[in-house]
Write a protein that binds this ligand. Sequence first.
Ligand SMILES: [Fe+2]
Length: 342
Amino acid sequence: MIFEQIASGGCQSYLLGCEETRGAVLIDPEFSQIDRYRGLLGQHGLRARYVVDTHTHADHFSASRELGRTLEAPVVMHRASAAPFADMRLDDGDLLIAGALKLKALHTPGHTRDSMCLVMDDRVFTGDTLLIGGTGRTDLPTGDPHALYESLFERLLKLEPSLLVFPAHDYKGRSHSTIGAEVADNPRLQKKERAEFVQMMKSLDLSAPTHLTEALRTNMSGGKTVDQLLAEAAARTPFMSMAELRTRIGGNSGDVVVVDVREKDAFEAGRIPGARHIPRGQLELRVDGELPDPTARIVTCCEFGKISTLAAATLRQLGYTRAAALDGGLKAWRAAGYEVER
Ligand SMILES: [Fe+2]
């Protein structure tokens, strides 16, 4: 078997490949690593047969939908998942087969209602049901400490002690553990009575993960993250460095139209010399009046360089084929000591 473990931040995702058929299964792919998964598939000469999410993630952005679409592989989740883009829904005991790879779904609700573990001959992908030295939390939407107790003590921990445990998260750089080692050492698994375990889970008092709302919104709907919108806009927009723009607005060259897309107060407080003002919110409505020449060389700017990227991409879509965005924003412009007009 070809096996790759991909860590990004605390997220762990996995690429499994069959050496015979070259079919592959991706488990819990994370959005920022999309190019890496595609690169690894190519490097190993593999074709993705399935993209699996072990559960609806609340703390990071799943790449399953995007990879499923672009790699033409079904997105696989448990039957209880709310995600409308899941192409194949598994029941407890179902087997996912890709060449010599056989993964059995074990429904293990608790961290979320749709959590499942994937069991192979020598290993189990535990999602957030069982982590190394920990368990998934049960205080987020659809979490249930009673269900987690049953999933752990009545199912997962009864598997072979030698089975390797590969979790969906590890924040300390560890790659795997075993069922036996977790039963022996995992502090949370020392509460072996249901009431004790549930009480412990209820009293953890964890802070909400960053991006909780955005992660649930996108992972449950298949919608886009803000970073994804920005990345897509950036991919179809050239940029101009601050130093380059500065030389082009100096003197009488005047070949660049600087469009400041911030709100009025910010524009009036200080702008790039000669900049024109069209707030992002009014761009489409005012663009014909403000920028009658679609062949003009336009550079958009904002405070941090993000909204200006969206604006430049919009201008390009509207036919301003020379629109670019400033690489940086007014904050960096001021910090560089460049001239500001009031
Ligand atoms: Fe999770």
